[in-house]
Design a protein around this ligand. Structure first.
Ligand SMILES: [Zn+2]
Length: 269
């Protein structure tokens, strides 16, 4: 069901190559292979009442590849700035995947947020659940930073990754009368949440690229006391690890904004 992307989503080059969504170096920290089992369910929530469409991914999530960025030669996106960001993120991430004790500086936290945001932007092209705008991709291309507004990235310490999906996401199409962006073909989805679990690191990303949460929403991420917000940028040193999140708590966090949006939609009908 992959949507064919003709040109690199960052620089427009026609020489797109397949890219592992989950970086190869992270694979050894992930739960053992479970052959033939679905490890990932990605969903589209049509909150206008037109139904829910869940996309199940067959096979191993380590093999998940998307061809939407240019690669191969030295100055391409995949082999150039994306690799540089990967190389910067890797040594910061490894102790977190292992649940080790470290202090993370604000700059290190920002590198993790940027690395995470890049994965989320690329993954959106898997089934065309694109919520990011061209400007946001250009910012990533030029500065390797997450979008300035509308994005929030939390990290926490997870456990029991055998019973937890390595990647889950829900693209939201929020039909709020106050929101006119829904009709924009380039910005079909106006909200998205993505959760990743690698080793002992739990990463939760929420984005409403149009800006803040929809008006009148009284929403807060659950178990925030066990999470650290690393984007928008933090100004303080983070003492890692945080208290462990149970799989149930991780599930509640992962589904929280989708469930809230569904409740809002139900009440409106
Ligand atoms: Zn490119």
């Amino acid at each position: 069901m992959t949507v064919k992307v003709q040109n690199c989503i960052f620089c427009g080059s026609p020489n797109t190559t397949k890219e592992h969504v989950l970086s190869r170096w992270t694979h050894k920290y992930m739960a053992p292979h479970r052959k033939g089992k679905t490890l990932s369910v990605r969903g589209v929530e049509n909150l206008d009442g037109s139904g829910t469409n869940l996309v199940k991914m067959a096979g191993d999530i380590r093999d998940w590849q998307i061809a939407c960025v240019c690669g191969g030669l030295k100055n391409t996106c995949n082999s150039g700035w994306m690799k540089e960001l990967e190389d910067r993120a890797m040594p910061i991430l490894i102790p977190l995947l292992q649940g080790k004790h470290v202090f993370l500086t604000p700059i290190q936290q920002e590198v993790i947020a940027s690395w995470t945001a890049l994965k989320c932007i690329v993954a959106e092209y898997e089934i065309g659940l694109v919520t990011t705008s061209r400007e946001q991709r250009v910012r990533m291309y030029n500065f390797q930073k997450p979008p300035e507004i509308g994005w929030a990235v939390w990290i926490g310490r997870g456990t029991n990754q055998l019973n937890y999906p390595a990647w889950s996401s829900a693209a939201l199409k929020i039909t709020d009368n106050n929101n006119s962006e829904i009709d924009d073909a380039n910005n079909q989805f106006n909200g998205h949440s993505t959760t990743q679990m690698i080793g002992e690191l739990f990463i939760h990303v929420m984005r409403f690229p149009g800006g803040l949460l929809p008006q009148n929403w009284n929403f807060g991420v659950p178990f925030a006391d066990k999470l650290s917000l690393i984007w928008p940028p933090s100004k303080s040193i983070l003492n890692w690890p945080r208290d462990v999140l149970s799989p149930k708590e991780m599930g509640n966090i992962a589904n929280s904004v989708r469930d809230y949006a569904n409740r809002v939609a139900k009440n409106r009908r």
